[in-house]
Design a protein around this ligand. Structure first.
Ligand code: SF4
Length: 182
């Protein structure tokens, strides 16, 4: 067992090393992007272009920087306070492969997994069979998924963890809208 100080198996290290992420950045020790204290990983790239988006610099798929999933994992585990990781963006599901690898390894290490997506529930799996399979796997690792585009006219501070009231929170152990197809 090789650990790199992060308790990873050799297979996990290889998997993370062989996966690239187009990354916008991180937020450490956030308390507003899911329950408890979390590390937020912002994926680069989003096609939704919601009016009033607060993360416009994440839209361009070629911007940001290219890193390995191992570097992202190490950044996540820098924090001793965080018990969860949030994958946001940008649109994390534009990079299914990287999202899947990171969610899988972080889940195996006991982190609570929250994922933000601009997709609605019925859009998320309406993709090619290959993408659908990866997205289904991602949802098996997720604890909380927040769906829907940001609508500036519906902006709210009253509903936890969302930007606008149309966005929905799904705690998958209790309320999984994809349960019949996973
Ligand atoms: S889905 Fe999120 S990142 Fe993308 S444009 Fe909308 S608010 Fe911005």
């Amino acid at each position: 067992m090789q650990t790199l100080g992060f308790d990873l198996s050799t297979d996990e290290i290889q998997l993370l090393k062989n996966t690239t992420v187009q990354l916008a950045g991180y937020q450490h020790e956030s308390v507003v992007d899911g329950p408890g204290v979390r590390t937020v990983v912002f994926f680069q790239g989003c096609d939704f272009h919601c009016k009033g988006c607060h993360n416009k610099t994440t839209h361009d798929k070629k911007a940001g920087k290219t890193v390995t999933a191992l570097e992202v994992y190490q950044e996540i585990y820098e924090s001793k306070l965080a018990s969860g990781v949030t994958f946001s963006g940008g649109e994390p599901f534009l990079q299914e492969q990287a999202l899947c690898v990171l969610a899988k390894v972080c889940k195996a290490k006991g982190r609570h997994i929250t994922i933000y997506t601009g997709h609605e529930v019925d859009e998320l799996l309406a993709v090619t069979e290959q993408k659908k399979k990866i997205r289904q796997e991602i949802l098996m690792y997720a604890d909380l998924v927040i769906t829907g585009r940001f609508v500036v006219e519906l902006k709210t501070v009253e509903k936890p963890f969302v930007g606008s009231s149309n966005q929905e929170l799904y705690e998958l152990a209790i309320n999984n809208p994809w349960k019949d197809i996973l």
